[in-house]
Design a protein around this ligand. Sequence first.
Ligand code: ATP
Ligand code: MG
Length: 211
Amino acid sequence: MKIGLFGGTFDPVHIGHLRAAEEIRESFLLDRVYFIPAYIPPHKRRQGITDADIRLRMIKSAIRGNPYLRASEIELKREGVSYSIDTVRAFEKRFKTLYFIIGIDAFSEIDTWHDYREIFHHTNFIIMIRPSNGKTFIKDIFPEDLKVKMKKMGNFSFQHVSGNKIYLHRVTQLDISSTGIRENVKSGKTTRYIVPKTVEKIISEKGLYRV
Ligand code: ATP
Ligand code: MG
């Protein structure tokens, strides 16, 4: 089984996340993509992140009906600060081939992650990039100490010394962020067509993001 791991805060999940997961699942012929909400995201020091169980409920409601998309409670069950290395190690016990799905914005900070060098030994990566016609270079993508561990394969792919691959992949660019959605709600604007109806419903029922 080829499994995609899509981690994030998902506060809330939106159609940018959903469309990206769907396109990657199709392009890489993945059997499943797991949305994995962080319990405590190490990189978001923002106050007032929505309760993990509500973020999970929003994800579950958003992916309902798509047999390829799943929600994983692994980081919520583990509690504490959610480190990707722990999650990858746990999935590795269940599935043979893993693809860690991540936006280039998040990937560009990977050298601040807990045990980040180790992650590359346990999973492939799919990095979602913005449209680009040009070539991509190791020097532009990886932090200094990882460069020497990477070999270029094609214009949009690299191989780590472990044998794991790193693919750069274009997904449809939807200029949508959870931050923008929270700001919309706060200023009284709608979130129609930006999040699924079921997510809209949870946001209004729970009164999320109003303050
Ligand atoms: P925030 O504004 O709070 O940072 P976000 O919309 O960026 O929220 P996250 O939960 O931070 O959502 O992101 C989870 C993952 O989804 C990250 O890898 C991020 O790069 C990616 N991502 C975020 N927005 C989009 C989008 N519009 N299209 C594709 N991927 C996205
Ligand atoms: Mg983000």
